[in-house]
Design a protein around this ligand. Structure first.
Ligand code: FES
Length: 154
């Protein structure tokens, strides 16, 4: 299913852990980097690779917001929805991004450029509101700053 070189890399990742299941998140992240998202076939492959049940892999994929069980756009935008951000401009940021991109949470813009997703606390509450673009954190993001950031990666 995957190129031999990639499988070798995944085997090296697996070997760094005391037991195969412990390598699940790094293996999934590596495959997501390769494929963009983690479809059912990939999840099933990982289950076999790590000698776990497929449902265990699916639970991990759907638990962590940084893992994608569905296709995503070219860029993934996560906006913190936890309290500090919500009360410090996060709601306005959400409204702005939903309007700008023409999507609601979890959706991808019609041009396929951006997927807008919610994240729990991004560990920077003192610099709220916080968002990630392709896993790079941006702080004190208001609507104007968000426009600049999206324009910079679009
Ligand atoms: S509440 Fe948003 S970073 Fe902590």
């Amino acid at each position: 299913m995957f190129a031999a070189e990639l499988v070798t890399e995944l085997e090296e990742i697996r070997a760094r852990f005391p037991y195969p299941k412990a390598a699940m998140v790094p293996v999934l992240r590596r495959l997501q980097t390769e494929k963009g998202w983690l479809d059912k076939e990939t999840q099933a492959w990982v289950a076999e690779f790590l000698s776990v049940n497929a449902i265990e892999v699916h639970e991990v994929v759907t638990f962590y917001p940084m893992l994608y069980a569905d296709p995503v756009g070219k860029h993934v935008v996560h906006v913190c929805r936890t309290l500090s951000c919500e009360v410090c401009g996060g709601k306005e940021l959400w409204r702005h991004l939903e309007k700008k991109l023409g999507v609601t949470r979890g959706e991808t813009s019609a041009d396929g450029k951006f997927t807008l997703r919610a994240a729990e606390c991004l560990a920077s509450c003192g610099t709220a509101p916080v968002m990630l673009i392709d896993n790079v954190r941006h702080e004190h993001v208001g609507p104007e700053e968000a426009d600049k950031l999206l324009g910079g990666v679009g």
